[in-house]
Write a protein that binds this ligand. Sequence first.
Ligand code: GDP
Length: 431
Amino acid sequence: MLENHDTICALATANGVGAISVIRLSGAKSFEITESLFSKSLKDKQSHTVHFGTISSSEGLIDEVLVTLFKEGKSYTGEESVEISCHGSTFIQEKIIAALIASGARMANPGEFTQRAFLNGNLDLSQAEAVADLIASQSRSAHDIALKQLRGKFSNELKDLREQLIHFASLVELELDFAEEDVEFADRSELKILVSNVLAYVRRMAQSFELGNAIKNGVPVAIVGAPNTGKSTLLNQLLGEDRAIVSSIEGTTRDVIEETLNINGIIFRLIDTAGIREGAEEIEALGIERSKEKIEQAKIVLCLTDASNSENFTETTAWVKSLKTLHPDKHILLVQNKADLKTANLNEASNVFDLQMSALTGNGVAELKAKLVALVLGDYNVQDETIVSNARHHAALLQTAAALERAQEGLYGHTTADFIAMDIREAMRQL
Ligand code: GDP
């Protein structure tokens, strides 16, 4: 904790060259250290003011800069802070940071500014975690979730749930003091309703993690099917308009760079598209062996059939059926492609398809996109509802639900008040 009294500094903008870079200081000596290098006095200057001048070290002039001041209690960390905007060469960045350190600042540890914001009570833990998510967000939905969490929506909802439980927990605990007298301060039927409401809410939040995780990391999609069913054509159709500008996505286990799509603010990762493009050398008709690995990694699988080929239809439907039993946790869609070439003998079977389309003409592609988005969202409303996207939150919510389930069992099974109180306390602790 002693370390927390140091004045820390670090580059706040990305590493490397840019038009400008921002170097940040936080700690009680931020103004004093900056002033020792700056061409102007910063004494008696207001918070949230910007000052133009030069920065020099013992070796001489380094750069012309803008210095922004934040007084204690009015900054991100809650401490006195300074942001120095300099020209964005790595040489200048390094020189200024070295001069700040020579004047008494210390290099910040990774995440230390946010840690200080947390320790000073400016952010709670879920808000601090949201900062990292906000910085990493690559789509509108991921941004929505992180921003809401940062602004305290998630924290407030948890606080509400805790408060609902606190009242009853205290009443139940009070009963323990009158154990001999067999009184019930907490109305059991009201308590049953409360626990079941809170439990339903917590379960829904916990279940939203699948969606939250998908939004944060992208939804893996596999396009599979026999050669010549139109996989590459579909891929190009999809990528044509919506190719996402995403550098590399963490958590992908393979070296191949995946193609990514941004549909309605949700990122879809098309698995192993390089493999699809080479696809000529498939030995079996359906390429089942090759597809297995892709399907393993996918959340949504598009199985393409060729409307002009009835043999292909029979084989693929059988395959899709077995896939569905094998992977109940995945969305497996049977897609009829080349609907523009549809032959008469296939017309009757049209209702077995999840979708009919033509990758070549683009007919049905909009429906496919809408379907992909609908599958990911389920019945959640990303705009209005809290979506959990953090594994730690998810685990804690599952523990909360488990404790509430025990409390519920206790209430219906006429367990003594001390056990019920314990389970409610545990639920509150997890919240
Ligand atoms: P892949 O082997 O599954 O990747 O199939 P391709 O995308 O290479 O398509 C095989 C052939 O089918 C190509 O000549 C495409 O132009 C054609 N094709 C793909 N989709 C359609 C479609 O919807 N309608 C028609 N008529 N032809 C298509």
